[in-house]
Design a protein around this ligand. Structure first.
Ligand code: SAH
Ligand code: SF4
Length: 429
């Protein structure tokens, strides 16, 4: 979502006469987009901004902007911490950045633009996109779930969704420009259409939206993330099975395999419901990929809770898992609890999870050996001159020979080798 926001703001500035600078030291404006989900990223962010102190001292007119969720959380505190920051702009105000930057350039005063985070973004879609094949399309913003560890509902506000007509119009425009793949983005795509505030209920739900986008000529692949297990439904799995462009990949964050911890996280499902969803998904899409997010070291997580997570990981057999060490994120509710799992234990649990997952990923990928898969060629490879890299519908990376002329096309590749994070093969047509 942050990548899309960065692209959106870049596009807005280009539409207002700016151009992309070849490097930071040549730039008149430097914008940091920020994620507040984990503490580690936040610390790195402030150290990256601080690295600009010498440049700012040399180049007085340089404008430094902090946007995104850290901006929303820190507000004017960010400037107190690092006075070289000129503008602090929350997600609700990003559409105003061209005007704010122009104001600062004129008056040289700090501006803190943090309005109501629940506001719906204006329907502006600048032309600029960072790629040519795959496009990110936001279907809405915010989250109503209040998982106790998570800062998103505070930094991004309540759920609000874009009108299906606007989304379809945007995707049609992308198709006309030659984009082949669309990734629909939302914190909880399955609740799409659940209208909020004065917007009321939208006429279509997420499965209905997929159906509409599936009709758009030129688009070959549709992906989406993230699905919340609480709202995952048979209707979605059926749509994934029936709609030819919707790729067979479900990202379904588990977070923990322990019912006790899931409850403390306020996730709204238990292990049983999660496993039932997986079973149903596998029934509709037997060869479909499943990926997940897992947190280790949530307050009170015992060795027994952790073993339960390992158990679910083995039972499901995820294709890939994004694993995180818990960090308290005030004002999220769990930040009130004692962060009582030591860093040493978090590290060990994370290593164990990652080791298990690497084994499972290889096993899952080996199933592809000897099979012919449909690959969208995305870029040139790094090893031999004519290697290219693409992705399967299940979102697995594949490397094979063929040359740069293939970029943008869909080809069949026979898989000959499988590692935990990449497949290799040869083109068969
Ligand atoms: N809306 C998505 C993801 C949001 S954040 C969802 O509900 O799944 C992405 C991932 O970051 C989460 O799935 C979670 O695994 C992780 N995460 C969120 N808050 C965290 C925290 N305080 N500490 C560690 N990991 C966290
Ligand atoms: Fe955060 Fe939970 Fe919302 Fe995902 S569903 S953004 S983890 S509160």
């Amino acid at each position: 979502m942050n990548s899309r926001d960065s692209e959106f703001v870049t596009g807005l500035l280009i539409d207002n006469g700016y151009t992309l600078a070849p490097s930071i030291d040549k730039a008149d404006v430097v914008i940091f987009n920020s994620c507040a989900v984990r503490k580690h990223a936040e610390d790195k962010l402030f150290s990256h901004i601080a690295d600009l102190k010498p440049l700012k001292a040399k180049k007085k007119g340089l404008i430094i902007v902090l946007m995104g969720c850290v901006a929303q959380n820190y507000k004017d505190e960010a400037v107190k911490r690092l006075p070289i920051i000129d503008i602090v702009c929350g997600p609700g105000d990003e559409a105003k950045l061209p005007r704010i930057i122009a104001d600062v350039a004129r008056h040289r005063e700090h501006i803190i633009a943090i309005e109501d985070v629940d506001k719906k973004r204006p329907e502006i879609t600048p032309e600029y996109r960072s790629g040519e094949l795959k496009a990110l399309v936001s279907i809405g913003e915010g989250c109503n779930n209040f998982c106790t560890y998570c800062i998103v509902p505070y930094a991004r506000g309540r759920e609000r969704y874009r009108d299906p007509k606007d989304i379809v119009r945007e995707v049609r425009g992308l198709a006309r420009r030659g984009f082949k793949e669309i990734l629909l983005l939302g914190q909880n795509v399955n609740s799409y259409g659940r209208g909020t505030g004065s917007d009321g209920q939208l006429a279509v739900n997420f499965a209905g939206l997929l159906e509409e986008i599936n009709e758009i000529d030129g688009i070959k692949r549709i992906r989406f993330m993230t699905s919340h297990p609480k709202d995952a439904s048979e209707e979605l799995f059926k749509a994934m099975c029936d709609l030819d462009k919707v790729c067979e990949h479900l990202h379904l964050p588990l977070q923990s395999g322990s019912d006790r911890i899931l409850k403390a996280m306020n996730r709204g499902y238990d292990r049983n419901k999660y496993m039932k969803d997986i079973e149903l998904y596998k029934r509709y899409l037997p060869l479909g990929a499943i990926t997940t997010d897992v947190i280790v070291g949530f307050p009170g997580e015992t060795e027994k809770d952790f073993k339960e997570t390992l158990r679910v990981m083995k039972d499901v057999g995820f294709d890939n898992a994004f694993t995180f060490k818990y960090s308290p994120r005030p004002p999220a509710a769990s930040s009130e609890l004692e962060d009582d799992v030591t860093m040493e234990v978090k590290d060990r649990r994370l290593q164990e999870l990652m080791k298990l997952q690497a084994r499972i990923s290889i096993m899952k990928n080996e199933r592809f050996k000897g099979k012919i898969v449909d690959v969208l060629v995305e870029s040139i490879g790094t090893k031999a001159d004519d290697t290219v890299i693409g992705r399967t519908r299940t979102n697995k990376m594949v490397v094979f020979g063929g040359g740069a002329k293939l970029i943008g096309s869909l080809v069949n590749v026979e898989i000959e080798d499988a590692k935990s994070n990449i497949l290799a093969g040869r083109m068969v047509g």
